[in-house]
Design a protein around this ligand. Structure first.
Ligand SMILES: Cc1cc2nc3c(=O)[nH]c(=O)nc-3n(C[C@H](O)[C@H](O)[C@H](O)COP(=O)(O)OP(=O)(O)OC[C@H]3O[C@@H](n4cnc5c(N)ncnc54)[C@H](O)[C@@H]3O)c2cc1C
Length: 461
């Protein structure tokens, strides 16, 4: 429970209609996609940047923990008040697209803007915001920036960090920071916006983001390749990406995933195949798309592709994407508990990495279906076990630790898009030296000396 004097002080800042301490609100804001649950002492809805600044200044002075929150769709617990304090929920008021600057091709948005709403708004004027996490219908730009979210189009267009030009944010002491500019080039001073991206709300509260926009390509086409083995498909991935054409997306499903989708939806998928690759190309001319698909088909076939299909229209395209889009929920046929990680390796290491993952599955006698964004080296590994069997759950965590080690051995990272939060904090020491962890800690202290902003996340103390 928040102390009465603090509740009154915060109410004086935001108004009684923007602070809640009732059970219903505390429960509603106690979740994210991890399914862990922690209740805050209060949920506060700032109306604007000045509110954020006043709230933080007060909380810093009184050592009250503040946890920023977008849509709460994170997979690693970043938005959870795991040590109590107040949840600072940005989605209610700070959710406006402030400007779409056609001349400079940038959008200026508040953090609570939903990703898809921004995409629709800029596409309505012929522009394009490429980062498209699968959670795009509800995740917010503030959450996307603070997790550095990626999506299906990352293979060609990159991830959130590639579009952030400037950030306005509030430090825990209430100071407002303006980091970055609406310029293509800016090399003056430290790259503070770069430090804030993927900082998981541990350094400052994002109050405004200036995002780079592109021209929207007019045409997109989808193709699918069926491969005899997962190894062949992984060879095809990195060779295609180095072939001179750059597909928008290059997504994969392995045999276990194909079987799971087929068992769930009965779509006539090739259940004997080692893997499927689904790819999109885009551009402004039919001939350009035809050329890209010709190159991709050639590289695929040189690397064990048995069947290559190009979608003739939007419906066929949706059919080809169906299996990939429904991969995740289908996996429940293998077990009630899914430990889902988003490890990422250099693309040319994909064949060896997948081999190591399947060997780990065999060693522990568990199924590890894999799918994901192979165009950027990002593999969703899913260790599937019976959640009611404590021994199985223990084994699953041992397998996960070995998956992380294999990933690090391949020069990869613990997380390509979901971040660290509380879920992956215990593994940070595997990926970073004590000196590197100390540097993270020093950066945290420089922004937040009293450790009130989303503390004890990302393996920090
Ligand atoms: C079904 C599903 C599919 C998903 N697919 C993808 C995917 O394809 N790619 C991907 O990258 N992720 C994906 N995610 C994960 C998640 O949607 C992303 O991490 C997203 O960026 C989180 O946005 P959010 O608004 O929900 O943020 P939250 O979960 O609310 O917060 C995430 C982090 O950002 C911080 N934060 C939020 N707003 C602010 C702010 N204004 N200032 C400072 N810190 C802030 C929080 O403290 C927290 O640490 C998926 C999640 C689900 C449930």
């Amino acid at each position: 429970m928040i102390e009465e004097q603090h509740a009154q002080a915060l109410t004086a800042i935001v108004g009684a209609e923007n602070i809640y301490t009732d059970k219903a609100h505390l429960i509603a804001y106690s979740y994210d996609a991890t399914r862990e649950r922690f209740e805050a002492d209060a949920v506060v809805f700032p109306r604007h940047e000045a509110d954020v600044s006043a709230i933080l200044r007060y909380c810093d002075a009184h050592r009250i923990i503040v946890v920023p929150r977008g849509a709460g769709s994170g997979f690693t617990g970043g938005a959870l008040p795991s040590r109590g304090g107040i949840v600072l929920a940005m989605e209610k008021h700070m959710n406006k697209i402030l400007e779409i600057d056609m001349q400079n091709m940038v959008a200026v948005v508040q953090p609570g803007v939903i990703n898809k709403d921004l995409q629709k708004a800029v596409e309505a004027v012929g522009l394009f915001y490429p980062p498209d996490p699968a959670s795009q219908e509800y995740s917010t730009i503030g959450g996307n920036v603070n997790e550095n979210a990626g999506g299906m189009r990352a293979a060609k267009y990159g991830i959130t960090k590639d579009y952030v030009m400037a950030i306005r944010a509030v430090r825990p002491n209430g100071d407002i920071i303006k980091a970055g500019k609406r310029t293509i080039k800016d090399v003056a001073g430290y790259n503070i916006a770069g430090i804030l991206i993927a900082s998981e709300g541990t350094l400052a509260v994002t109050t405004e983001v200036t995002l780079k926009l592109l021209s929207k390509p007019k045409l997109t086409k989808t193709a699918m390749g069926v491969f005899e083995s997962v190894n062949a498909a992984m060879e095809a991935v990195y060779k295609t990406m180095a072939s001179g054409v750059t597909p928008v997306a290059m997504e994969f499903l392995d045999n276990l995933t194909i079987r799971a989708v087929e068992a769930t939806f009965h779509k006539g998928l090739p259940i004997e195949a080692g893997a499927i690759l689904v790819t999109d190309v885009d551009g402004n001319l039919e001939e350009d798309l035809a050329f890209q698909l010709e190159v991709i088909e050639r590289v695929f076939r040189e690397n064990g592709c048995q069947e290559f299909k190009i979608a003739a229209n939007a419906k066929e395209s949706a059919d080809l994407w169906f299996a990939r889009r429904n991969a995740s929920p289908s996996l429940s046929i293998y077990g009630s508990k899914k430990l889902n990680e988003d490890v990422t390796v250099p693309r040319a290491k994909l064949p060896e990495t997948l081999e190591r993952f399947y060997a780990i599955g065999e060693k522990y006698g568990v199924k590890i279906p894999c799918f994901g964004h192979t165009g950027d080296g990002n593999v969703h590994t899913n260790v599937m076990v019976d959640g009611k069997d404590p021994q199985q759950v223990k084994i699953a965590y041992q397998a996960i630790e070995e998956i992380f080690q294999a990933t690090i051995d391949m020069g990869g990272t613990l997380s390509g898009e979901h971040g660290i939060g509380i879920a992956k904090a215990p593994y940070m020491h595997m990926a970073f030296t004590p000196e590197e962890m100390q540097l993270f800690q020093d950066i945290k202290r420089a922004f937040d000396p009293n450790n009130i902003l989303n503390p004890f996340k990302m393996g920090l103390e």
